[in-house]
Design a binder for this molecule. Sequence first.
Ligand SMILES: [Zn+2]
Ligand SMILES: [Zn+2]
Length: 254
Amino acid sequence: MSEIRILPLGSGSTGNCFYLEIGNYRILIDLGIGYRKVRDTLLRYGRDLESVDAIFLTHGHYDHVKAALPITNHVSCKVYADSSVMYSIRNIRSERSVIEMGKQFEALEGLYVTAFAVPHDFVRTCGYVFEWMNKKLAYVTDCGQMNENILSMIQGADVLIIESNHDVDMLKNGPYPYPLQKRILSKFGHMSNDQCADTIEAAYRNGTKNFLLAHISLNNNTFETALQTSLKKMEGKDVHICVCHDQGDGMIEF
Ligand SMILES: [Zn+2]
Ligand SMILES: [Zn+2]
């Protein structure tokens, strides 16, 4: 029986939301996908939105919080986020809990969570690690640049959900205006396919073998380009790498 299950409900600039099961717990990360889509996709896999045990938000950009109100109207669990996100979710009725970067806490009995800072152009943005028994899952998207602190936080994760936002050439030759290209390419923007592949290589050296590529741009990337960039980097290594499509990925078990 798998101890980690992931159902991507949406990933990319149109909206982000992941459903995770780790041990007995059911978790949502980010609330950037409409309530009906979240509810219906979960139902298709025999899960109820109402039974979610905890919600974690990475930052307050619209593509991560836009459905916070309608979704939290249907759950009774706590919502965890950095204090800088609280204004974006001021209307929700759920109990809110402010996280502290780098400080592990027991969110649910036996489920230990650590949020850590990632460089991005929201006030403060975080990634997460979730640890239950001997299982560890890490989540890093909306990250302009990888750094040693993040690598040490995610060290030894069984599964890493990692941003592979854009192909640099596609971005530079694509439809985005120059200031937006500059923003995405900056160290407070988004991680390219090459940066993602380098991260995967580093995380692999630290013991991670399962990778899920996320937050893939619809305009400046393709699912295949993202996947091939990381696969090429890791050729011959014992790794499992897959891509979060916008929908229809199904439950991924580890
Ligand atoms: Zn963002
Ligand atoms: Zn985003």
